[in-house]
Design a protein around this ligand. Structure first.
Ligand code: IPE
Ligand code: MG
Length: 266
């Protein structure tokens, strides 16, 4: 690009940026004037495609995805969304190439440890937890998870859940096994098993069901995420790759949730 055109480009960018910021502020004020969802769950999809769109190695997308998650946590705190659950890694993802798994496991290890030390986490009393078949993960990741969970166990202001080695059907199977074991022991009568009992045996036993489930990257699937819990959730699909999600996109999802009338089947 000839140098004399540079200032004009910067100026245009500056204007676009300013308009974007002003719109974001208005949208945030709008969103804050109505009740926000208590529990937001997110299927973070599109990390590899995002990196490839930048001409980077696909696995570099996971680092961008991790950065976006840190940003998202800040947005949720600003909006006072009490419970955030993100799908970070599915049981199916365990079949990905070894090199990619190493990148992901390193990120989990580093970031669970970081979460345990994070000043934001302690100041806002955020309980950090991993949901899933943790025993399928490398020891180092398991230890990092225990570190974050133990350091935040007493907190109840916010809940931040990362679904790792998670599968919705597997979660239900585990619950059924434990319910069956308790029934055989005689501590639970089959006739007493109802929806609330089943909910209590899930990883999310003490959390409200998600009000809003957001998936990025334009795919419109649930992919085995929170199958039991999503019964009445509003679904929102955003056409951006996860690392490319802007606060504006997130605010739009919340506003869309607020505009829909939730009837719970009545
Ligand atoms: C989501 O991004 C992160 C994980 C599933 C670990 P992907 O890795 O699925 O990236 P795409 O969807 O292939 O672009
Ligand atoms: Mg994907």
């Amino acid at each position: 690009m000839p140098p004399r055109q540079r200032p004009r480009t910067d100026l245009t960018e500056g204007i676009v940026d300013g308009v974007y910021k002003a719109y974001e502020r208005r949208l945030q004020a709008d969103v804050l004037s109505a009740p926000v969802p208590r529990h937001v769950a997110i299927i973070m999809d599109g990390n590899r495609r995002f990196a490839e769109s930048l001409g980077e190695e696909a696995t570099a997308g996971h680092t961008h995805g991790k950065d976006k998650l840190e940003e998202l946590l800040g947005w949720c705190l600003q909006l006072q969304i009490r419970v955030l659950t993100v799908f970070a890694f599915s049981t199916e993802n365990l079949t990905r190439p070894k090199e990619e798994l190493e990148v992901l496991m390193d990120l989990f290890e580093e970031n669970f440890r970081r979460a345990g030390d994070d000043e934001r986490v302690h100041r806002n009393r955020i309980r950090v937890r991993a949901l899933g078949q943790i025993d399928l993960l490398p020891k180092a990741v398991q230890e990092a998870i225990s570190y974050a969970e133990e350091r935040t166990r007493g907190y109840d202001q916010y809940a931040f859940n990362l679904a790792v080695a998670y599968g919705g059907r597997q979660e239900i199977v585990h619950a059924i096994r434990r319910i069956a074991a308790d029934a055989m022991q005689g501590t639970l009568q089959p006739a007493d098993i109802d929806e609330s009992v089943v909910s209590r045996y899930l990883y999310t036993s003490d959390l409200p069901d998600p009000d809003l489930i957001l998936r990025t990257s334009g795919e419109e699937r649930i992919s085995n995420f929170l199958l039991w819990q999503l019964a009445y959730a509003e679904l929102y699909f955003a056409d951006v790759y996860w690392p490319g999600m802007r606060k504006l996109d997130f605010l739009r999802a919340i506003r869309s949730y607020q505009r829909r009338q939730r009837r719970f089947g009545t």
